[in-house]
Design a protein around this ligand. Structure first.
Ligand code: NAD
Ligand code: DAU
Length: 347
């Protein structure tokens, strides 16, 4: 089987690529990634020479290039993760999100449709999406697979749009698809523009820890390797045309999470308890900031037997240890353009 994974040089994609390359020697895994600021081949150093792995540098919005790639390799399965993924950047440059997340998804759908001409036996298009398409929750309730779409940011609107196109290709052309909508991931190789690695990096450097608004926003955190395992299950055992919500059963208010992280970092760095907490700085809120996300993951649990394998405390400790042991990786990704981004975002 030839499997195409898009966005495999990014955070979640690199964990998915590694899992598939290691666990399925009879598959050939192609990793298509444009290597934007978020893509980094350092994330895949340990598997880059494996015989069942090929990296392809390319842009999913480049129709000619993508069509040629599909014609050459006749992908049996596509696991589509490539995206612009950061909400704050989508507020500054929404069009970039429409291009990659909407047009890019369309280009892949067309290419997949055009190589199989309706002959879809044992074929599958898996679209990896986000819980943000459901909008925001109040103080109570959970997102289920039947929650109406109600996206609030340009990022979530672009992901919602791509989900709709995938579903439309299923209805209109019979394209065999599955979609999963996952909550906030954390773990190794996450780019330090997202909350947890940004805080870790700033604590190491004794820099301010920016907390948006009053810090009472809630997210449902999931360890990235548990997301990758869920993707493996959905790809192999999920039912066509179904959606699966994936979440950590693990809600944290931002301010509580920041406080926990500060305590763990003080211990790891041998600093006096309370040192890092002093760095907490409340800053201007994110426009359109969703109050709360929380996933009801009972469908994937009941139907496919998935549940998270680590607690948040365990996952966070593994994550902190990894960033402390990989300071060179962190330094490499936080030089140059990152500094400019950081300056603009937090000045
Ligand atoms: P990321 O930003 O770390 O990685 C995205 C990858 O896509 C990068 O390697 C980048 O180079 C690549 N890419 C971007 N534009 C491209 C293009 N035009 N052509 C080819 N490659 C391109 O993202 P992530 O956090 O790993 O998220 C991966 C997917 O999972 C996304 O679709 C995202 O919406 C979804 N998701 C993320 C989370 C999360 O918490 N991070 C949660 C749920 C769902
Ligand atoms: O829910 C899934 C989504 O989770 C994914 O689809 C997105 O790709 C991913 O980026 C993430 O989106 P969030 O906006 O929830 O993640 P982020 O890490 O940017 O922010 C988490 C929370 O922390 C959010 O309430 C905003 C807040 N925050 C974030 C940053 C970067 C701060 O308070 N300060 C910050 O500096």
């Amino acid at each position: 089987m030839n499997i195409l994974i898009t966005g495999g040089a990014g955070f979640i994609g690199s964990h998915v690529v590694r899992l598939f390359v290691d666990n399925y020697p009879n598959y050939h895994i192609f990793n298509l990634d444009a290597l934007t600021y978020a893509g980094n081949l350092e994330n895949l150093k340990d598997i880059e020479d494996k015989p069942n792995y090929t990296f392809v540098k390319g842009d999913i919005t480049d129709e000619f290039f993508v069509n040629n790639l599909f014609n050459s390799h006749k992908f049996d399965g596509v696991i589509h993760l490539a995206a612009e993924s950061h909400v704050d950047r989508s507020i500054v440059d929404p069009l970039a999100f429409v291009k990659t997340n909407v047009i890019g998804t369309m280009v892949l759908l067309n290419a997949f449709k055009n190589i199989w001409h309706g002959n879809y036996e044992n074929k599958r298009f898996y679209h990896v999406s986000t819980d943000e398409v459901y909008g925001t929750l109040g103080e109570t309730g959970l997102f289920t697979e039947n929650t109406s779409y109600d996206p609030n940011s340009p990022y979530s609107a672009s992901k919602a749009s791509s989900d709709h196109f995938v579903r439309a290709y299923g209805e209109t052309y019979g394209l065999p698809y599955v979609i999963s909508n996952c909550s906030n991931n954390y773990g190794q190789f996450q780019f330090p523009e997202k909350l947890i690695p940004l805080l870790i990096n700033n604590i190491i450097q004794n820099k301010a820890l920016p907390v948006y608004g009053d810090g009472n926003y809630t997210r449902d955190w999931l360890y990235v390797k548990d997301h990758a395992l869920a993707i493996d299950l959905v790809f192999h055992k999920g039912k066509n045309t179904e959606t699966y919500n994936i979440g950590g059963f693990n809600e944290w208010k931002n301010i509580d999470l920041v406080t926990l992280l500060c305590a763990q970092m003080d211990e790891k760095l041998g600093r006096k308890a309370g040192t890092s907490e002093k760095l907490i700085t409340y800053v201007k809120d994110r426009p359109g900031h969703d109050l709360r996300y929380a996933i009801d993951a009972s469908k994937i649990n009941k139907e496919l037997g998935w549940k998270p394998s680590v607690t948040f405390e365990q996952g966070l400790e593994i994550t902190i240890d990894w960033y402390l042991e990989n300071e060179i990786w962190l330094k490499n990704v936080t030089s140059g353009a990152y500094l400019e981004y950081y300056e603009k975002q937090y000045s």
